[in-house]
Design a protein around this ligand. Structure first.
Ligand SMILES: *[C@@H]1O[C@H](CO)[C@@H](O)[C@H](O)[C@H]1NC(C)=O
Ligand SMILES: *[C@@H]1O[C@H](CO)[C@@H](O)[C@H](O)[C@H]1NC(C)=O
Ligand SMILES: *[C@@H]1O[C@H](CO)[C@@H](O)[C@H](O)[C@H]1NC(C)=O
Ligand SMILES: *[C@@H]1O[C@H](CO)[C@@H](O)[C@H](O)[C@H]1NC(C)=O
Ligand SMILES: *[C@@H]1O[C@H](CO)[C@@H](O)[C@H](O)[C@H]1NC(C)=O
Ligand SMILES: *[C@@H]1O[C@H](CO)[C@@H](O)[C@H](O)[C@H]1NC(C)=O
Ligand SMILES: *[C@@H]1O[C@H](CO)[C@@H](O)[C@H](O)[C@H]1NC(C)=O
Ligand SMILES: *[C@@H]1O[C@H](CO)[C@@H](O)[C@H](O)[C@H]1NC(C)=O
Ligand SMILES: *[C@@H]1O[C@H](CO)[C@@H](O)[C@H](O)[C@H]1NC(C)=O
Ligand SMILES: *[C@@H]1O[C@H](CO)[C@@H](O)[C@H](O)[C@H]1NC(C)=O
Ligand SMILES: *[C@@H]1O[C@H](CO)[C@@H](O)[C@H](O)[C@H]1NC(C)=O
Ligand SMILES: *[C@@H]1O[C@H](CO)[C@@H](O)[C@H](O)[C@H]1NC(C)=O
Length: 750
């Protein structure tokens, strides 16, 4: 491909991403891991060119071989991905890698195919993903996830693991005792909110040093893998959030209390913040970054640093705000001259009344030049901020899809926004957009379509054609040469309805009321953050698609062995059931609220809710992706066989997905439709609720929502204190056959 003269090459050699000697060894490593039968079939090599670009072709003189030429390591991964997905009908999913199923001999490419990224940065993760999804992942899961990222062309991932190891050393260095430091650090499932300065301290016991050490060791595996896959990790920095005791060690230091977060007691929030203009701040920053460079090498200039995420500044004075940011960036640049400050832009949306345009401008203008800050426009698919801030006043920013609050499970997507939106923003007058990426709070596999679509859009100059895209996506998902008509129709329906949801009031996973603390009012039709309003008609979408998939499973039984096909059957059935739950709930409330109903009428109206919950639990138990036991065993693995440490980890894991806080401060925020949660926990809550309703009829005593809430919290407390395996019916693995179970469910719940 190279048509450059020697002179041009010399000039280009001065630019990054223009060198022909691209290190592709990490991508060969990926082939060995995921496609051991295909080692030796692929030739990967560098080529000259700008940006991230690749060409795939049949290898000359090697029949059955395929060559990927690329300008960067990451483009090589993306080129390989283009080959396996476009020519091989295989992919790597959050539900597992199917790349080893790629045909042999390799399908021919024919006319060479080229591709290039339309933006320099493809970003992945949200600080809270490290709580909701990866809090307890071991390196095996990380390895799969990093291959998933690299193949899709992500080159700028966030990398938070092990942060506390270095932070603690910095605190020790300024004279804090270990007791003072560990009073500040949160429990293992809650570290992201400590990093954000939303929370401090823990409930359920102090974080063991062992956890800090193990996460640091894990980071030492994650970072080299990221680098070898062509990614530049975004590493943490010193934020300014410090233990309370800092103020007594340094009475003259400028330390202020942050705001209170989500109703937590002051002891657990209102984190102390060392002002960046205090001389201690740059000193601690320098120490932090130097230690980090010593630990991991000089692998990045990108630093994630959020001081005001759901945490309002001490003052709204614009000179104060620009002083905070200019001192913050100065501290970074004193430690690393090329430092780039990366911040999540959620604050500008969530505290929009505080963050007026003047304040946003003042805060961002504190960063000395346009190349010192990178803003993640966090929720661009529904609540973009770049368009109200004049493209962040010229600072660089990334178009991000937020999606999935709290790692909830619920089908939803806005394909029109994520395909047309980024292209429009890139071409907007004065645009300073430089990247596209995913900032989901949690990664749940039911909506993988919309994550793939955005990362694929980053390699297409025109908006993807949604119907074509969805068909191709389903074709490789089910590993078929061409998609059976029934499946094409099913995905055509889903792609144009459930996944093309443009109702801005009900975005980013629709939460099921089944997972909410039961009550007689306020559950259905919620909009905004954590909507429960279902923005599509269930019968003509979810049910219609499910019936088509089930029919196809009977006519083409081979599909049953494709894990993603079985997963989708469970996912659609799950969605059908939880949507039907709303109808039965409305009926129950109607019956209860009627003056003429008897206690028995209420009991009978409540029964379908309990039956549905039980059926849903049975369904979820048939698929390994919906098990509470996985979350728990991932947590417990870090205890190295120490039973009390394992119980501590399990409590943290369970508390996050239920009460979220010692007293249910953000109860149900990270709720999960998992086998083991649905039957046992939501089942117990709804049973208690229904008997309360029946009780009001028998005793004539008025329904009291406050009392019911207390009852629900105590059920939550009991559930989160449990340890897995204490009930005889519990099993760590799956039970039951999906297709048999779904046949029965369809008879009951259509
Ligand atoms: C704090 O400031 C006061 C008044 O300027 C000074 O007398 C004192 O020595 C300072 N204390 C420390 C620990 O620096
Ligand atoms: C911050 O909060 C703590 C705990 O309530 C309090 O003791 C301290 O005085 C506060 N500090 C400031 C500077 O307001
Ligand atoms: C905690 O934050 C809230 C506001 O968010 C504030 O009213 C309160 O005074 C703070 N408490 C302390 C001790 O700083
Ligand atoms: C903002 O702070 C500056 C510097 O402390 C001060 O001169 C100015 O009066 C303040 N502005 C307002 C509106 O309080
Ligand atoms: C990393 O960069 C720092 C300056 O930012 C430098 O002092 C140090 O020697 C570098 N370390 C390595 C291993 O290159
Ligand atoms: C920005 O775009 C969003 C989504 O299209 C729209 O709802 C919002 O009104 C726009 N804001 C401004 C200030 O133009
Ligand atoms: C784009 O913005 C520039 C500077 O703000 C302005 O001069 C120019 O007229 C704009 N162009 C269009 C097509 O709006
Ligand atoms: C998408 O492609 C299909 C044919 O494959 C075509 O019928 C449709 O009009 C295209 N949609 C758009 C928006 O271009
Ligand atoms: C019960 O019915 C009354 C009268 O129709 C209505 O105002 C009220 O909202 C209903 N309550 C509930 C909880 O549905
Ligand atoms: C929820 O919205 C649906 C559709 O708009 C409506 O039919 C229903 O009455 C609403 N239910 C409640 C309880 O508001
Ligand atoms: C959906 O189908 C069910 C079962 O056939 C039916 O009871 C219900 O009325 C339908 N709902 C709508 C909105 O058509
Ligand atoms: C509901 O119960 C709470 C707590 O027991 C009590 O304070 C409140 O007065 C009760 N409300 C009503 C309307 O009876």
């Amino acid at each position: 491909m190279s048509r450059f003269t020697g002179l041009c090459l010399f000039v280009l050699a001065a630019l990054p991403h223009a060198l022909a000697d691209v290190d592709v060894s990490g991508i060969y490593g990926l082939v060995e891991r995921r496609m051991p039968r295909h080692v030796g079939k692929f030739t990967l090599k560098g080529m000259d060119g700008e940006g991230d670009a690749f060409v795939i072709s049949d290898t000359k003189g090697h029949s059955g071989g395929v060559t990927v030429e690329c300008t960067t390591t990451n483009a090589c991964a993306r080129g390989l991905y283009t080959y396996v997905t476009e020519f091989g009908e295989v992919d790597i999913w959050w539900t597992g890698s199917r790349l080893h199923e790629l045909a042999l001999p390799l399908p021919k490419v024919g006319k060479p195919v080229s591709g290039s990224a339309i933006v320099p940065y493809r970003y992945h993760f949200n600080t809270v993903t490290f709580g909701y999804t990866t809090a307890f992942c071991g390196f095996d899961k990380w390895s799969l996830l990093l291959d998933w990222l690299a193949l899709r062309g992500v080159n700028l991932p966030l990398a938070w693991n092990g942060y506390e190891k270095i932070l603690i050393e910095v605190f020790q260095e300024v004279g804090l005792s270990d007791a003072e430091i560990f009073e500040f650090i949160t429990g293992p499932a809650f570290l992201p909110w400590n990093r954000f300065g939303n929370e401090q301290g823990s409930w359920g016991g102090t974080l063991p040093v062992q956890f800090v050490e193990d996460q640091f060791a894990l980071q030492k595996q994650i970072l080299p893998r990221m680098v070898e896959l062509g990614m530049t990790p975004i590493l943490p920095a010193f934020t300014g959030f410090v233990p309370r005791a800092m103020a007594s060690h340094y009475p003259n230091a400028s330390i202020v209390n942050g705001s209170s977060w989500s109703g937590f007691l002051t002891a657990l929030t209102n984190d102390s913040f060392l002002e960046p203009f205090d001389p201690l701040f740059p000193q601690m920053q320098k120490s932090f970054i130097t230690k980090q460079q010593e630990a991991y090498g000089n692998i990045t200039h990108f630093y994630t640093l959020d001081q005001y995420n759901e945490n309002d500044p001490f003052s709204g004075n614009t000179s104060y705000l620009s002083s905070v940011s200019s001192n913050t960036v100065d501290s970074l640049r004193a430690a690393d001259a090329d430092a780039m400050w990366v911040l999540q832009g959620w604050l500008f949306f969530s505290s929009e009344t505080f963050w007026t345009n003047d304040r946003v401008e003042a805060y961002l203008s504190g960063a000395p030049s346009d190349d010192s800050v990178l803003i993640l426009d966090l929720y661009t698919e529904a609540q973009p901020q770049w368009n109200r801030t004049n493209s962040y006043f010229g600072k660089q920013w990334v178009w991000c899809q937020l999606h999935d609050y709290g790692g909830n499970i619920g089908m939803e997507g806005n394909l029109p926004a994520i395909t047309q939106g980024p292209i429009a923003a890139l071409h907007a007058n004065g645009s300073s957009m430089v990247g596209m990426g995913l900032t989901m709070e949690g990664q749940e596999p039911g909506n993988e379509l919309v994550y793939d679509a955005l990362l694929d859009q980053a390699w297409s100059t025109t908006p993807l054609n949604i119907s074509d895209y969805v068909t191709k996506w389903a074709t490789r998902r089910y590993q078929v040469k061409s998609l059976p008509l029934n499946l094409k129709e099913a995905w055509g329906i889903l792609g144009s309805t459930v996944f093309s949801n443009q109702d801005l009031a009900s975005q980013a996973t629709i939460k099921s009321i089944l997972e909410l603390s039961p009550d007689t009012t306020g559950l259905v039709n919620r909009t905004g953050h954590h909507p429960t309003k279902i923005p599509y008609d269930t019968n003509s979408t979810i049910l219609a698609a499910l019936e088509l998939l089930v029919q196809t499973s009977k006519s083409t039984p081979a599909l049953k062995t494709v894990p993603e096909f079985a997963f989708d059957i469970v996912e659609l059935s799950r969605q059908l059931l939880v949507n039907r739950f709303v109808d039965h709930y409305n009926n129950l409330i109607g019956v209860w609220n009627s003056t003429s109903s008897s206690p028995r009428d209420v009991l009978l109206a409540g029964q379908p809710l309990l039956n549905l919950i039980s059926d849903l639990d049975t369904l979820l138990f048939t698929n390994e992706n919906y098990l509470l036991s996985t979350w728990i065993s991932d947590a417990r693995q870090w205890a190295h066989g120490n039973a009390s440490y394992a119980a501590y980890l399990e409590y943290s894991a369970r508390n996050q997905i239920t009460l979220w806080g010692p007293d249910g401060e953000i109860n149900d925020y990270a709720s999960k439709q998992w086998a083991g949660v649905v039957g046992e926990y939501y089942g117990a809550r709804w049973e208690a609720f229904i008997s309360t309703l029946v009780g009001t009829k028998t005793s004539g005593q008025a329904y009291n929502s406050t009392v019911v809430k207390q009852v629900m919290l105590s059920i939550g407390e009991t559930f989160s204190r449990k340890t897995w395996g204490s009930a005889s019916e519990e099993t760590w693995g799956t039970k039951g056959d999906t297709f048999t179970v779904v046949d029965v469910l369809l008879k009951h719940w259509t």
